[in-house]
Design a protein around this ligand. Sequence first.
Ligand code: C2O
Ligand code: CU
Ligand code: CU
Length: 494
Amino acid sequence: MLTTRRTFLKALSATAAAMFLPFGRRADAHLGMPAGVSSPPVIPFKDPLKLPVTLKGRRRGSTTYYNLEMKQATAQFHADMQPTQILGYNGLMPAPIIRASKNRKVIVRQVNNLPMSGGMGSHSSLPAVHLHGAHVAPEDDGHPDDGIPHGQYRDYIYPNKQRGCLLWFHDHAHTKTGDNVYQGLAGLYLLRDPLEAALRLPSGKCEVPLVIQDRLFRNNWSFDYAANENNREVGMLGDIYLVNGVAFPYFQVEARKYRFRILNGSNSRLYGLALSDGSELIQIGTDGGLLQRPNRVAGIDIWPSERLDIVIDFSRYAVGQSVMLRNSYEIDEMAYIMRFDVVKKVRDSSKVPEFLAPFEEIPESQSVMTRVFNLNRTTIDNELVWTINGQAYQSNNPPLASPKLNTIEKWRFVNPTNHPHPIHLHLVQFQVVNINGAPVDPAKYGWKDTLIVMPGGEITILMHFIGYTGRYVFHCHNLEHEDYAMMGEFEVVP
Ligand code: C2O
Ligand code: CU
Ligand code: CU
């Protein structure tokens, strides 16, 4: 336990660590959660991991068509739990996975059959579906002003002309995103580049998507989402981990390499992923797809909405052995996310090549402009509001930036607050130039759409505005920070 805490403190700066501490907590409380709040206990590793179902599409010409219906449903996350009321795409949590191929267009018809009251509709914000990480036209981006009225549908067009990567779609209703995603409105979209097959990475049943989320439950097993002061400040945290909608699952693996496509689909929780025996994880990809070279690490952080592509080699274990996937920032019953049970010896012909994919650096010298964004907080009517350059998001705000189409810009985000802000830009995948004043090797980070700005820290990123003009948003991906207004708009102009 002490080691865990020490690792935690070491991993964050003194100011960063302090952010979790000011709240009065019971002795065994979890970092950042207020006192006296907890879910009923559950027995971990009782249920097998489930995989998201694959959504079936209809191929016509050069396009594949999909239908999803947003609706209220129930889901059971654990053998000993009662069913929980959720909001899901096709009534599922997580949503069915959409499997797309590079250069093949996808059109997703999204029908809003959500109830008018309860989780949705009590507020004027309508659901808008955003494909996170996608390079799409503004009208297909799920802008918060572009919600789908009750009983109606919208067709979202995804050209898929970007690098292969794991994207995810989720609700983007302004002031309701946190609640709606928490209730279940999120799912994976795997964009495959057919050229990747030549790498012979683990595939088929050995390529496994993992959506990791934390949830807080009431005694009747309903979600305990509360838009209270603590959550406005820290973000909504839960004490039960769901992986693909299963609480603390186990997963039976063969003694071979597996590739895990991981999304942190939590509203605000940071995970320090590691194996319980400290064995290496091989990171091969990030938000925007494969890295240039694999990165072998003992542990790796994943902030909300970040994606990781990781290979674990279970051939180092004997049949009958188990190893846990840890969250190294937590202790006690929250230290472990899931368990891998090695059940069978097999021959493994998959590989992790030392060169994965070319990485073309955006030339920093061609940047036409450096913009600075100050991430801060203020109080309006006695309530905490998060701001970007002093502005709290409202749909009629003027854009905070108007980059010109086909130009390269550098954006610097400065965080004087005592909370971390995972900053996300729509439309672009960016490259990392500088973190906390130190230049970094952009190839190490790869293509990103979300990057953490630590308390007292700053980042500088580089992006090329190509393909589309129009209005897009950028925001903190701590969903409660986003809902309480740490969001701005940029407009790409001709
Ligand atoms: Cu994943 Cu604007 O968000
Ligand atoms: Cu996004
Ligand atoms: Cu934030």
